[in-house]
Ligand binder design. Structure first.
Ligand code: FAD
Length: 460
């Protein structure tokens, strides 16, 4: 059984991802690191990942003055999952439909998948409109079945998704030799193709933060929020006092963009958002996957329900392998999974990924890798798994003036670009319907209690 992890602040000595290693000169990386926090702010956003950065940026776009917004970040800028993911914006085309339907019914499940498709287009348009250099690369992705079990699971998911009115016009199906040829995976049994993108998440979020700061916005890094209490004067507009490692800041509005760490400041979420460590390994390809043979699509290679590899191909030819299986995979221990410690990585998982990477290189048996080819780097990050597999968006009941955009289930790059703008619409007084988001994303105490109870029953 997976152990419960007690809420904690982000680990101070986290690993550096390849995204971090290639953006060390970002001028706001350590913004205001030694300066006490301002005494007050209208809007306080906690967390500088894509949720926090985009919420701040969208608030400014909606007419809020940059000077009225303060982002505080426990570590350096973009040091959470947004800076350490697999760089994949990969809408779930149909595969997750049965899971979402089991939690939320077929109608909501269809909306969850439609939302991911919208996100891909939103990021694509955003990057283009602002001419952002984040190595965004729109390309094909494949769901690849490597076992008969998965051939059947895919077929059923597709059938259920269609029956719920899901649009599958953007999905292509291949089997047998066609699947092997299209995916370049010799043991592929079948494959489903749909659009996705690879993207340097560090560069994208740094661009957003930089633009926010250039419009007067404020960012305090290395400044964890440790406690939030109500102002003594209940009529005060600055209703929340937020303690940080560098003083107390009074705020009218507090937005929790803390994803896997949300329950540290909101203990009622402890059994609803569970942190899970995940690892990504980067590889420098040899001859068979470089030059004219460079992989030009991304994939998920599926063995068992909880044993898969995500394969992302970057514009510079490097390949990232994430996934590597979860609870049922014997290569993983509960320490590997249920952890808030991103200061370590697992050598076992790196070796497992290396084996998988080599299986993609047909000439490997004939020719050993040269120094500099093969495993390049491994890092970890913490994902925030919710008890019902979808994020928590909206006002926090009982804590008037506090809002949340968190719980992205390891899929935030395919979710946040509609969720954060949706949250800003709600904050400006618009209705849930105006956000266009699936209703099941909405924060409610009833939802949290219901799914906490359900999760507790299933672990008995
Ligand atoms: C290894 C890995 C691979 C992934 N791969 C993919 C992928 O390929 N595609 C995809 O769609 N998604 C992927 N994800 C998930 C995706 O990265 C996340 O869903 C997304 O980045 C979440 O963004 P966020 O802004 O909500 O959270 P984060 O980026 O985690 O930001 C939260 C921030 O809050 C800060 N913080 C927390 N508590 C406090 C506090 N008390 N005070 C101040 N600051 C605080 C943290 O330091 C952090 O910077 C991956 C995640 C991981 C870890």
């Amino acid at each position: 059984m997976t152990k419960t992890v007690l809420p904690a602040l982000p680990h101070p000595d986290s690993t550096l991802s390849i995204w971090h290693r290639t953006t060390r000169s970002f001028p706001h990386l350590h913004a205001n690191r030694l300066i006490p926090v301002p005494e007050s702010t209208k809007y306080l956003i906690i967390g500088s990942g894509i949720s926090g950065a985009l919420t701040a940026w969208k608030l400014v776009e909606s007419g809020v003055k940059g000077e009225d917004i303060l982002i505080i970040e426990a570590r350096e800028a973009v040091s959470g999952a947004s800076g350490r993911n697999a760089g994949h914006i990969r809408p779930d085309a149909f595969r997750g439909f049965p899971d979402y339907a089991a939690f939320h019914g077929p109608d909501q499940a269809r909306k969850v998948l439609e939302n991911e498709r919208d996100v891909l287009e939103s990021v694509r348009n955003f990057v283009k409109e602002h001419n952002i250099n984040s190595d965004f690369n729109y390309m094909r992705t494949f769901e690849v079945a490597l076992t008969e079990e998965f051939v059947a699971l895919f077929a059923k998911a597709m059938e259920d998704f269609k029956a719920a009115g899901g649009d599958t016009s953007h999905i292509k199906f291949y089997e047998g030799e066609d699947a092997k040829r299209e995916t370049r995976v010799p043991n592929a049994l079948c494959a489903y193709e749909s659009p996705a993108a690879s993207n340097h998440p560090g560069k994208l979020v740094q661009w957003i933060l930089n633009d926010f700061i250039s419009k007067g916005g404020r960012l305090w890094t290395h400044c964890p929020a440790t406690r939030i209490i109500r102002a003594e004067d209940s009529t005060a507009s600055l209703r929340w006092n937020v303690s940080t490692s560098r003083g107390i800041v009074a705020a009218e509005t507090v937005v929790h963009c803390t994803n896997a760490y949300a329950s540290y400041l909101l203990p009622e979420l402890t059994k609803f958002i569970a942190p899970r460590r995940s690892q990504v390994n980067s590889f420098v390809p040899p001859l068979s996957l470089s030059g004219e043979y460079t992989l030009k699509h991304t994939m998920a290679l599926r063995y068992k329900a909880d044993h898969f590899f995500s394969v992302n191909a970057l514009t510079n030819g490097m390949i990232l392998l994430g996934g590597t299986g979860t609870r049922n995979n014997s290569d993983m221990t509960s320490e590997d999974l249920a952890s808030l410690d991103d200061s370590k990585y697992s050598d076992r998982i790196a070796q497992n990924s290396t084996r998988e990477f080599l299986s993609l290189c047909p000439e490997f048996e004939a020719k050993p890798l040269r120094h500099g080819e093969g495993l390049d780097h491994a890092w970890t990050g913490i994902i925030g798994m919710t008890a019902d597999r979808v994020p928590l968006i909206g006002p926090i009941e009982g804590l008037e003036g506090q809002w949340i955009c968190a719980g992205f289930n390891g899929h935030g790059m395919a979710g946040i670009f509609t969720c954060a703008p949706g949250l800003v619409k709600l904050m400006s007084g618009l209705s849930w319907q105006d956000t266009g988001l699936p209703e099941c994303f909405q924060f409610s105490t009833e939802r949290i209690d219901r799914f906490k109870r359900r999760a507790a029953k299933s672990t008995l």
